[in-house]
Design a protein around this ligand. Structure first.
Ligand code: ADP
Length: 550
């Protein structure tokens, strides 16, 4: 069964045919709605809650126009008998207008825009408000006014005021009934296979509230009820919208829909049950702008709630992806570490065997081969060492201790293989270097090891050149800076932006892996520091390691 949420509502759910009763259910449901509407009959022509259109809108998105259009047409045509319209063509006029508008809503939103009626995001909600509700409601409300005028219920002068009243009433009733029903019931029905919409993944929803919010929700409901029963609607209408907006921001879309239903029931439904003319008093005349404001606040709150929920869903997905990524990173790191580690042992035996080979009095040619094998093995060993450093930097926590920079550098120099190749560089320690700083020993060693070996490796090859490396330390209030100057070949300006990149090698003659500076920078970053440099091609380079002064 497909569970892809990108599938559209109108795609038939081929594997499971809909139950037979879905052909007649619309007739029963719409008829029940019609009977309830008759209870709210007022001013001899309309009802305060005209439910057949709202129910038609819901059902058409669940079962499509083939099942819903005929039922709606039959009922909205025949119910004119109860509403007291005498001429049959007026009956058909009402029936056709209502059913065509509902079919239009389905066509515009579901087919043309491929919208999802369970409104899983802000885009779908806004499209539904415009194409699923506003346009069709306008169509049938305009049609109603024509029918009333043609039936002589009122004159043309009443056309616009009456239209405004019906539009306001219909919009609020539809928003309150249609949207929550579609949002809450569609996933349920689709899971049970009762509508031709593929099952909607639970992860696509935000939930009402958590247990810890129960008290807050109870308090909000109590405030709504108190406002509704203790004050005049005209005096406190904006407070309802504000409460609705608060719920939207605090709890999201699902919650604001429920809040809107509660507010609507307290301010509109209950008073109307007691006094059927209540709707007229708030929708008509001077109160119409108030009602319009009330409606707008509801709309803003619903859209805001949807935006907040979208953000929460995105945040949830991002967090899950992040966790997944972190896990993959850890696994990858573990793999790199153990693979590199396992490669070291055979390499060491190769080097041992090379040494044995060299003792067996080889010919000049054979010795050359042995040396080449040794060089390659060493290169590979260096590379593995660097990968291990990188992996260790990622895996291990900082361990801070007191370190004397001069001593640390001397220790490093004593192990540097290139030290005795070519012209041995002169090393100058500024007196400032003979001081201690607090840092992570293994990381600082990685950094200095790379910088110092580069300062030796990238010396000028000219035999008359005297390589010189000087090391100094500067301590400021918030950071310490270790500075390494060399008078080597320098770094050409055009490659300077790239030297810290992974696997970047400045020239083809470089025997390194191109990982050195990248790893050094990573280690510095891990300690909360950074590495910068200045270099002039042909003159030399200065690398500066800045670390927080602990
Ligand atoms: P490699 O393994 O090639 O040494 P690094 O990441 O350590 O990789 O350095 C990247 C490149 O930066 C080197 O290939 C080299 O061209 C340049 N470079 C780094 N340090 C120096 C330096 N002190 N003097 C001149 N060039 C340098």
């Amino acid at each position: 069964m497909p569970s892809d949420i990108t599938l559209n509502n109108h795609q038939p759910h081929a594997e499971k045919p809909l139950p037979w009763w879905t052909w007649i259910a619309p007739l029963a449901i719409i008829e029940a709605g019609d009977q309830i509407s008759l209870l709210f009959f007022q001013d001899n022509i309309t009802s305060s809650f005209y439910l057949p259109t709202s129910l038609g809108l819901i059902l058409v998105f669940w079962w499509g126009p083939l099942r819903v259009f005929p039922s709606l047409f039959i009922i909205t045509t025949l119910n004119n008998y109860f509403y007291g319209f005498s001429s049959y063509w007026i009956w058909f006029g009402f029936g056709l207008g209502d059913s065509c508008s509902i079919a239009l809503s389905w066509f515009l939103f579901n087919i043309l825009l491929k919208g999802k009626a369970w409104m899983p995001d802000t885009r779908n909600l806004v499209l539904f408000l415009v194409f699923g509700l506003a346009i069709p409601i306008t169509c049938y409300a305009v049609n109603w006014q024509f029918m009333y005028v043609l039936n002589h219920n009122f004159g043309w002068a009443q056309f616009l005021p009456h239209l405004r009243r019906d539009l306001l009433g219909e919009t609020i009733v539809n928003i309150i009934i249609v949207i929550p029903t579609l949002v809450f019931l569609t996933p349920l029905l689709s899971r049970k296979g009762l509508i031709p919409i593929p099952p909607i993944p639970v992860s696509a929803f935000t939930y009402l509230t958590r247990k810890k919010h129960t008290l807050e929700v109870a308090l909000i409901s109590a405030v709504v009820l108190a406002l509704a029963f203790l004050f005049d609607f005209q005096d406190v209408w904006f407070l309802f919208g504000s409460i609705s907006l608060y719920v939207a921001i605090r709890f999201g879309f699902d919650a604001v829909l429920v809040a809107n239903v509660i507010i609507f029931s307290a301010t509109y439904l209950v008073p109307t049950i007691n006094h059927p003319e209540f709707v007229n008093t708030i929708i008509e005349g001077g109160n119409a702008p108030i009602f319009f404001g009330y409606l707008l606040l509801f709309l803003f709150a619903a859209v805001t709630g949807r935006v907040i929920s979208d953000l929460r869903i995105i945040e949830r997905e991002l967090n899950a992806k992040n966790k997944e990524l972190q896990q993959t990173n850890v696994e990858l790191d573990r793999f790199v570490y153990s693979a590199s580690h396992d490669m070291s042992a055979p390499l060491k035996s190769i080097r041992g065997l090379v040494n044995v080979g060299l003792l067996t009095k080889p010919t000049a040619e054979q010795e050359d081969y042995w040396r080449k094998i040794e060089t390659s093995a060493r290169k590979l060993e260096d590379f593995i060492d660097e990968v291990l450093h990188y992996s260790r930097n990622n895996r291990t926590e900082l361990v801070l201790e007191e370190l004397n920079i001069k001593q640390l550098c001397e220790e490093i120099f004593s192990h540097l293989r290139y030290f005795n190749e070519g012209n041995a560089p002169g090393i100058v320690f500024d007196h400032s270097a003979n001081r201690t700083i607090i840092a992570d020993r293994s990381r600082l060693k990685i950094i200095l090891n790379n910088l110092l070996s580069n300062a030796i490796k990238y010396q000028k090859k000219d035999p008359s050149h005297h390589p010189l490396i000087s090391i100094s330390l500067r301590e400021d209030e918030d950071r310490v800076t270790i500075r390494i100057d060399d008078n080597g070949e320098g770094i050409p300006i055009e490659i300077q932006p790239s030297v810290f990149k992974m696997f970047y090698r400045g020239n083809l003659k470089s025997t390194g892996s191109g990982l050195g500076l990248y790893i050094a920078l990573e280690a510095a970053n891990k300690m909360g520091g950074k590495i910068t440099f200045q270099s002039e091609y042909g003159k030399g380079s200065t690398f500066m390691v800045e670390l927080p002064n602990q």
